[in-house]
Design a protein around this ligand. Structure first.
Ligand code: PLP
Length: 285
């Protein structure tokens, strides 16, 4: 696999980052995941805009190659012959050659920019979407700036492990009695035809797929309500689903052992998945 590191395209075994890099020592880094379908980048502009926002919120410098990111993504797709898959991008505050809580001087220390591809044949036709996910709920004890896409992913990883241990696929995070989001996706329920998902704030990541899916839902005359909901309300809903760049729209069929609706993927989730795939491939670049 050919990867990108600070201006160079390299075999993955030759791409080396300092042990003093702040993403390694302090989780001082932000990332984006953009999916590739039919060789095209999906929702690229949204991911780029969120990356810029994450950098701003953390007073992190833009990497020198920021304006070339589209070209870099395209080149990696080409070099690695990706038809379906993902591109992972990470920017860290770089390495000052020592460990220090104080941010290094941005005039001296430049950000580290890394990109790599992951080939995932069958991503769009994912058989999991036919079955749906089983989720458990766990307390959301993450930090309070979940709107910034940082590489602090230990708690979401622990959530996935807890789900796995319980024989499930993923975890929904609950704070003050209400669902914030999934470990790596935004969470939705459908009741009486209305799509309900938590409103945007620093409590959740502002999903790029979420924005697109809600736009498509409104264009298709579906009703959308942006507000928090509880696990009990979700268990009593007609349908549930999650969205993310790597799973698109993915039905949820069970929450903490209780079947949602008929316990199988519902019509709204199925339709939104179809619309999202069709429209986002059409506008892919
Ligand atoms: N929420 C969290 C915590 C995530 O990690 C992700 C994606 O990784 C999402 C939501 C979905 O965001 P997007 O649709 O931009 O992939």
């Amino acid at each position: 696999r050919t990867v990108y590191l600070n201006g160079e395209y390299l075999p993955e075994t030759e791409a080396k980052v300092s042990i003093f890099d702040r993403s390694f020592l302090m989780a001082d880094g932000v990332y984006e995941v953009t999916s590739v379908l039919e060789g095209k980048l999906i929702d690229f502009d949204g991911h780029l805009a969120r990356l810029e926002r994450s950098l701003n919120e953390l007073d992190m410098e833009k990497p020198e190659a920021f304006d070339d990111l589209l070209e870099i993504h395209r080149k990696l797709v080409e070099l690695n012959d990706i038809d379906e898959g993902m591109i992972y991008l990470q920017v860290s505050r770089g390495s000052a050659g020592d460990r220090d809580f104080v941010f290094p001087d941005p005039e001296v220390v430049k950000p580290t920019l890394v990109l790599f591809t992951q080939s995932k044949p069958g991503l769009a036709n994912n058989p999991v979407a036919q079955k749906g996910l089983k989720v458990i709920s766990i307390e959301d004890i993450r930090w309070g700036r979940r709107d910034i896409k940082t590489v602090q992913l230990l708690y979401p990883s622990m959530g996935k492990m807890a789900a796995k241990k319980a024989g499930c696929d993923d975890a929904w995070l609950v704070e003050d009695g209400h669902v914030t989001e999934g470990t790596s996706n935004n969470a939705y329920i459908v009741k009486g035809g209305t799509i309900i998902t938590r409103d945007l704030s620093s409590d959740i990541l502002h999903g790029i797929t979420r924005a697109a899916v809600l736009r498509f839902a409104r264009e298709a005359q579906m009703t959308v309500e942006e507000r928090p909901f509880t696990i009990e309300e979700a268990q009593g809903a007609d349908e549930a689903f999650v969205t993310s760049a790597s799973t698109f729209v993915m039905p949820v069929v069970e929450i903490d052992g209780a079947k949602v609706g008929a316990g199988e993927p519902g019509p709204v989730a199925k339709r939104l998945r179809e619309i999202y795939l069709e429209e986002s491939i059409k506008s892919g670049i």
